[in-house]
Design a protein around this ligand. Structure first.
Ligand code: COA
Length: 395
């Protein structure tokens, strides 16, 4: 059975900060951020734009663009590590905003940055049943480390929604290998505003996981390699390790340029999106490949033939990892045409460092949503201990 991803949609906040300006404000050589970490711009959410709003926007788009009614969704999974509640799932708010049926199974999955990937695999298993049709899996996160911290240039925000079906028009997906080990590399104690990160150790844990997962398969060096991307420079290091596993140690830079680089373009403009990061990397590869083929005047289907499948590696601190294999369907260009993520990134508003600092520290609203923000939903604060959400547009 060809179970997999029928369609993907992405939502990123409409405001961003230039890392060049952040470096200047922090008195740091800009090349540390632009080259040493590999990030140029990072998405900054507005106070009315929490993880529910990010997720609902991505979910709304994926169903609209795929031509699927919310009533056809039988399973809704949200992967996030930025939840605002320890009992009530984030997915319940998304379920309500998207007007999905009451007979839908609705829950969150928590495993740091890997939650949505585990959710996707659960949805793929679910969709194998003849009783089940469409599942909606949404990765949504806001990555925050605080002003002036080492993690500050690796913040970001965004959501990626994936529609799963047994007749996918985008790609088939299957699990190849998995890895789990209890570690304290990145964690969020309940009483702390920001995560605790052992930066160097977290990189080591990621490398151990990637080596364990890729060692269990015969690696096809002609495939594309998509990785979880906390920051693009880390992906270069990771790919150098994977290249040595497939006997390409001396050639890893060229291999990276051919098989990985295009997936790093959007993460370098959005920053870390935790659960959404690996999926934003996939979107970056697909849209870049599609647009490149159009510019060259060749068929996107032919352009992708130089690659023999897609490896997708998801990592979550704590830690767990899974290696998946994606195989594009012939209809993939039709689905990718509606992504329009590069355009959305180009159209964002640039914040000053002062505006960004105010937004990061603003505990509550109000901030006006303007007509250019493109959000269909908003968060409007807490009333009687309950978070308030509403729809602001129906087009
Ligand atoms: N020009 C070019 N490169 C420069 C530079 C300059 N002027 N100054 C520094 N660099 C390079 C460093 O050599 C280093 O590269 P390397 O990693 O290849 O050695 C890189 O920039 C970062 O410098 P470093 O001093 O290590 O930065 P830092 O102590 O401020 O921390 C992170 C960087 C990424 C560890 C920190 O931002 C962080 O903790 N982020 C979150 C980590 C995370 O997401 N972990 C999860 C993994 S799943």
């Amino acid at each position: 059975m060809n179970v997999g991803i029928d369609h993907i949609a992405t939502y990123v906040p409409n405001r961003y900060l230039s890392l060049k300006e952040l470096a200047s404000a922090r008195n740091i050589d800009e090349n540390k951020f632009l080259i040493g970490i590999g990030i140029k711009e990072m998405a900054v959410p507005s106070p009315w734009e929490d993880i529910v709003v990010l997720a609902a926007n991505a979910g709304y788009r994926v169903m609209k663009e795929a031509g699927i009614s919310p009533k056809e969704i039988g399973l809704l999974i949200v992967g996030t590590e930025s939840a605002e509640d320890r009992a009530k799932p984030t997915a319940t708010h998304v379920h309500s905003l998207l007007d999905i049926s009451e007979s839908c199974r609705v829950y969150d999955i928590l495993h740091a940055c890997a939650g949505a990937s585990y959710g996707l695999l659960s949805a793929v298993d679910w969709a194998h049943s003849p009783k089940h049709k469409y599942a909606l899996v949404i990765a949504t996160d806001i990555a925050r480390y605080g002003v002036g911290t080492p993690g500050e240039p690796t913040q970001g925000a965004g959501a990626v929604a994936m529609l799963v079906s047994k007749a996918p028009r985008l790609m088939k997906i299957k699990e190849l290998s998995t890895y789990s080990k209890s570690t304290y590399d990145f964690w969020k104690p309940m009483d702390q505003k920001y995560p605790i990160v052992k930066g160097v150790y977290s990189v080591q844990c990621y490398l151990n996981a990637v080596k364990a997962c890729f060692s269990k398969v015969t690696i096809n060096k002609n495939a594309v390699f998509i990785y979880h991307t906390p920051y693009p420079k880390l992906v270069e290091k990771v790919h150098a390790e994977v290249a040595s596993l497939m006997g390409e140690a001396d050639n890893w830079r060229k291999h990276y340029a051919d098989k990985v680089f295009s997936s790093n373009i959007y993460p370098s403009r959005v920053g870390n999106t935790y659960t959404a990061s690996v999926w934003l990397s996939l979107v970056s590869f697909l849209e870049t490949c599609y647009e490149g083929a159009i510019i060259q005047g060749i068929s996107p289907i032919d352009a992708v033939k130089q690659h023999e499948g897609i490896y997708i590696f998801s990592y979550g601190s704590g830690c767990g990892a899974v290696l998946m294999q994606g195989e594009l369907m012939d209809t993939w260009p039709t689905m990718v045409r509606s992504f329009q993520v590069r355009q959305a990134l180009d159209d964002r508003r640039r914040l000053t460092v002062e505006e960004y600092e105010q937004l990061l520290e603003t505990p509550a609203l109000p901030m006006q949503i303007d007509k250019f923000d493109g959000s269909h939903f908003k968060y409007s604060g807490v009333k009687n201990e309950e978070r308030q959400y509403s729809r602001i547009s129906t087009d």
